[in-house]
Design a protein around this ligand. Structure first.
Ligand code: MRU
Length: 363
């Protein structure tokens, strides 16, 4: 990337979430790409609604937002004189936020980290004032946000352990949005694409539109456009055509939860892309932080799959495409079996098969 390009990338950096010490400002992802507006969360209830209603989405972004939800709860309740009452109140808010969405494990991972701060080793936090505990909680949420950006950049670097920097340029297909909008910044799958682009190695990004919520067409394309990374959008049913015609060199997607054996839950439609890649012998990569790996989930069959409202299928951007009496189904995620995955690209490097063995070794 030359200096002018670097300036553009800097200028168009996406602010998914902005914490000012009192409130959390979230870019309203439901309105993109047509409107850049923000929703302000001042309470854990606001955060719960924002996650449930998709103001913010994407596994790592949900985790960071949830952590700030606990920080907001602490700021609201810190006048409680009784520390054990304060702690129970905070734990009840954690439970509320945990019920917002079921599939992305980063939500539970971030809340678990917040819980550890609240409980403290051997319950030492019982001797703290609510004020001091609040400071620790806010600091932890800020730390989770900072770490996420660092981790995503490291995930981006890990791609060069598979593809050495060269003059080769690749056509890369991606599904859903695993970009800056889905994280605290930079992105996971889109972070890898950003890193490859900085090295001059991207010919074109092929963006699946990702029905029903259109995260690809609305969000990924918006990010790529802002950074002037070459791309074009296709409807989901066109990927077989482009792959079969030799127009795709690799596919890279994010993840909502990776089981201990490598089976990976990601946005509905990811499984279809993985099947195509396997059929046409094209590398299929999952890019995700280690926090998306859930060692407590043995394999993909036990990953909870969220069913979202029927209207997301009945309508496109609020406009009816079928009459309301027609039955529909709307599972929001599917599971790609580990044998379809060429490598899981993490901040600690690329994990290759056999995943059951190699995932364990990364911890
Ligand atoms: O329903 P969403 O938009 O939250 O689903 C998002 C995805 O499936 C992403 O691919 C995944 O969370 C990875 S984001 C870095």
């Amino acid at each position: 990337m030359n200096d002018a390009e670097k300036n553009i990338a800097e200028k168009f950096n996406v602010s998914t979430l902005i914490w000012d010490g009192k409130a959390l400002k979230l870019i309203d992802q439901r309105k993109l790409p047509f409107e850049e507006t923000y929703v302000i969360c001042r309470s854990p209830e606001d955060v719960f609604e924002a996650i449930r209603n998709m103001v913010v989405r994407g596994a790592p972004a949900i985790g960071v937002t949830a952590a700030y939800g606990v920080a907001l709860a602490a700021l609201q309740g810190k006048n409680m004189a009784d520390i054990s009452g304060f702690k129970s109140y905070l734990l009840s808010k954690i439970e509320l936020i945990a019920s917002s969405r079921p599939t992305a494990v980063n939500l539970f991972w971030a809340l678990e980290r917040m819980k550890k701060i609240i409980e403290g080793k051997n319950n030492y936090t019982n001797s703290l004032s609510s004020d001091v505990l609040t400071e620790k909680i806010v600091a932890q949420a800020e730390e989770i946000e900072k770490e996420d950006v660092k981790i995503n950049k490291a995930i981006g670097d890990s791609i060069f352990r598979i593809y050495e920097k060269s003059i080769e340029k690749y056509n890369i297909l991606t599904h859903c949005n695993a970009g800056a909008l889905a994280t605290a910044g930079y992105g996971t799958a889109l972070g890898v694409i950003r890193s490859l682009h900085s090295a001059g190695m991207v010919k074109n990004v092929i963006v699946d539109e990702t029905r029903p919520y259109l995260q690809g067409a609305r969000l990924t394309a918006w990010e790529l456009h802002r950074e002037r990374i070459p791309f074009f959008i296709i409807t989901d049913n066109m990927s077989a055509f482009f792959i079969s015609q030799g127009h795709v060199d690799m596919a890279i997607v994010g993840a909502d939860r990776i089981a201990a054996n490598g089976d990976t839950a990601n946005k509905i439609g990811t499984l279809a892309v993985s099947v195509l890649c396997k059929n046409y012998s094209i590398p299929f990569y999952v890019a995700a932080p280690v926090s998306t790996i859930d060692l407590n989930t043995e394999n993909g069959t036990s990953i909870p799959i969220e069913n979202r409202p029927d209207d997301e299928v009945r309508k496109i951007m609020g406009n009816d495409v079928i009459p309301p009496y027609m039955p529909v189904k709307n599972p929001s995620f599917d599971v790609t079996p580990n044998e379809h995955i060429s490598a899981i690209i993490t901040e600690k490097g690329a994990i290759v098969p056999p995943f059951s063995e190699n995932i364990k070794n990364i911890f």
